[in-house]
Design a protein around this ligand. Structure first.
Ligand code: FRU
Length: 489
């Protein structure tokens, strides 16, 4: 359907009688509903927001447009969890009420202060000429579950020389002050971050544009995050407009990190090289939080802006990635699946196979929803692979190519195509003959962790329901493959 602005810019309480139940019924028939990823009940999900541990549980919000699979009036939808695995739905937390947020409650972060959860977000407003007006706003969640929004923004607009692409506040404390980093765009249409400072989280003063060693790096920087990890400082962001480079930046937009040093006095983040966080097809706008036991956990949107997904026709779009635990090794971020996910494992099947210049369809393991631990040992083969969700003309392939020295995820034949203008294969350079993969398969996604999280490939796939086989193959030689599968409850 094509959407008029009047249809797109409504809040959930404007739903017509029966409108949402019709949508829900449509969504219920979708064959791509996920079994264990966070997804919207209907409508469109995008960025994770306000991810935080507060009052004895995790709080996670996401950008949500209720009425269908299109980017329209954004609300914050609220979930809570004791373990990051089982989530309770708390419903809509924030929806537009004031003129400065009349066209959406955009992304932002959560920060615990005085036993309350401060939720910073961007108020998105369009004026009569449809010009964007952005402000940074605050809502406060108290321990009784009530949320109160401040009627006025805490920052009413960008400073001069920056456009109204000014959003996604990240707030944190360093030394004696609070800092806010806001995703921004110079009038020269280059992305950057703006630094604000406050002592009470309510009165904010513009300090300066964050200086980095990446002065001209895309046309817009979205969704900043900042945290310390293993004694180092990490700046995470989602820059838009980077050109593909080698195996990097193959999607429409990208997310990654700078590991460096933030000097808050001079507003300088000493950045080295930018590490793209995910090598798959669908990943954007991730956010992190720290667990009470000190782990830094990341969750991303397993989707991209300006991208059409097959589930759109079914009245819903997108999901979040599984949570990942971050660490730094050899100056690079490593990402491992959240330990607590193990509690979802119910049935284990194991299989070991030697493949000799052939392709084998496994008889005891199917591509079921769950987790797979796969070890590939290439002996003499040139290429070795494992194919998931195999059916008539369909497969999603993890491939280790010893000749061309790469590891890849190939969704050329994964089912209904998505964003094929950006290619259908994603690669990393890989020279070893052994690889360990941890794969998370859900109804319409695959997340592949390579060697304890040196690289992760997150992707949506839209195969037929009965494309359920699992196959392994070796070309021109032999390979040993070991697969351990845990189905998920
Ligand atoms: C990133 C983003 C944010 C914005 C939000 C709106 O995907 O564009 O910059 O706050 O989505 O939904």
């Amino acid at each position: 359907m094509s959407w008029t602005n009047a249809q797109r810019y409504r809040v959930i309480t404007d739903a017509k009688d029966g409108e949402l139940s019709v949508l829900e019924a449509k969504v219920a028939k979708s064959i791509w509903r996920q079994k264990y990823h966070i997804q919207p009940n209907y409508g469109l999900l995008n960025d994770p927001n306000g991810f935080c541990y507060y009052n004895g549980k995790y709080h996670l919000f996401y950008q949500w447009f209720p009425f269908g699979a299109v980017h329209g009036m954004k609300h914050w939808y609220h979930l809570t969890s004791a373990d990051l695995v089982n989530w309770e739905e708390e419903g809509v937390a924030l929806m537009p009420e004031f003129p400065h947020e009349s066209h959406g409650i955009f992304s932002g972060t959560g920060l615990v202060n005085d036993n309350q959860l401060y939720l910073f977000y961007t108020g998105n407003h369009r004026d009569e000429k449809w010009q964007r007006r952005s402000s940074q706003c605050l809502a406060i969640l108290s321990s009784d579950g009530k949320i109160e929004k401040l009627a006025e923004p805490v920052i009413s607009g960008p400073p001069q020389q920056y456009t109204h692409n000014f959003r996604d506040p990240k707030v944190f404390k360093k030394g004696n002050h609070y800092y806010m980093l806001v995703g921004a765009q110079r009038e020269s249409l280059e992305g950057c971050l703006l630094v604000y400072v406050s002592d009470d989280l309510k009165a904010w003063k513009f300090k300066q544009e964050l200086k980095t060693n990446h002065d001209s790096f895309g046309f817009m920087w979205e969704c900043p995050d900042y945290f310390s990890l293993q004694g180092q400082e990490v700046l995470l962001l989602s820059p838009q407009g980077l050109k593909p480079k080698g195996n990097d930046f193959q999607n429409i937009y990208h997310s990654g990190v700078f590991i460096g040093k933030f000097d808050e006095h001079v507003g300088y983040f000493d950045t080295d090289s930018f590490q793209e966080l995910d090598k798959g097809f669908d990943f954007y706008a991730p956010q992190t939080t720290q667990t009470p036991d000190g782990r830094q956990i990341l969750i991303g949107w397993m989707g991209l802006p300006d991208t059409v997904y097959p589930s759109d026709h079914d009245g819903w779009a997108n999901c979040l990635t599984i949570p990942r635990e971050l660490s730094i090794k050899n100056g690079q971020i490593q990402q491992q699946p959240l330990q607590e996910l193990k509690q979802k494992r119910v049935k284990t099947t194991q299989h070991q196979i030697k493949v000799v210049s052939s392709r084998e369809r496994l008889k005891t393991i199917y591509s079921e929803v769950g987790e797979y631990r796969i070890s590939i040992n290439v002996e003499t083969a040139e290429r070795v692979g494992i194919a998931f969700r195999v059916g008539d003309d369909e497969e999603t392939v993890c491939l280790l190519d010893q000749v061309a020295e790469y590891f890849s995820l190939d969704r050329t034949r994964s089912g209904i195509p998505v964003a094929t203008d950006y290619g259908t294969v994603r690669k990393i350079t890989y020279q070893q003959s052994v690889v360990q993969l941890t794969v998370f398969l859900d109804q319409s996604s695959i997340e592949v962790f390579v060697n304890d999280g040196e690289a992760v490939f997150s992707s949506r796939i839209f195969p037929k329901e009965d494309s359920r086989y699992l196959e392994v193959f070796a070309e021109n030689g032999t390979a040993q493959i070991e697969i351990k599968q845990w189905c998920y409850a």
